[in-house]
Design a protein around this ligand. Structure first.
Ligand SMILES: O=C(O)CCC(=O)C(=O)O
Length: 148
């Protein structure tokens, strides 16, 4: 089943990533720009990352629905750092049974979901009928195979 956005993955060898039980991503090796960004975020946050997933939202009709990033390959209570580039889109986060809070993720913004967030909260980037051009989002994540 195709997802309503384009996806890619970069990261350490062996850090294959399976999500929603049916999407399998095999990382390409880090580019210099991505590893430099990873290292800057690690210096800022203290969190280590082994993979980065890129999402491209080509228009307002591209989106990602309510979910949490709880794949076992990230280990227990992962910290996830999210960098946004290009068009500004609404990012919503809510407690599993609660009301959403909206954030507008602008070009160059860094959003950090600290350990614990994925077990208590869901997040999404909803579709919009406003005219928006491309947005790229990079989520830096740990991977339990990442220290090999
Ligand atoms: O595009 C975003 O800001 C969120 C991406 C996301 O939720 C994900 O990759 O799991």
């Amino acid at each position: 089943m195709p997802v309503p956005r384009l996806e890619c993955i970069y990261g350490n060898a062996g850090c294959d990533y399976l999500y929603s039980n049916n999407v399998f991503l095999k990382p390409l090796w880090w580019t210099e720009a991505l590893s430099s960004l990873r290292d800057q975020i690690t210096a800022l946050t203290g969190y280590k990352f082994h993979i980065v997933i890129g999402n491209q939202y080509r228009s307002g009709q591209d989106s990602i629905g309510w979910h949490s990033d709880n794949e076992p390959s990230m280990g227990f209570n992962p910290a996830i750092a999210s960098v946004s580039l290009g068009s500004c889109r609404k990012f919503q986060i809510k407690p599993r049974n609660g009301r959403p809070t909206d954030f507008w993720l602008e070009h160059g913004s860094l959003l950090v979901m600290h350990p614990g967030c994925q077990s208590t909260h869901l997040h999404q980037v909803p579709k919009t009928n406003k005219v928006v051009s491309t947005r790229i989002n990079l989520t830096f994540r740990p991977h339990t195979g990442g220290n090999r």
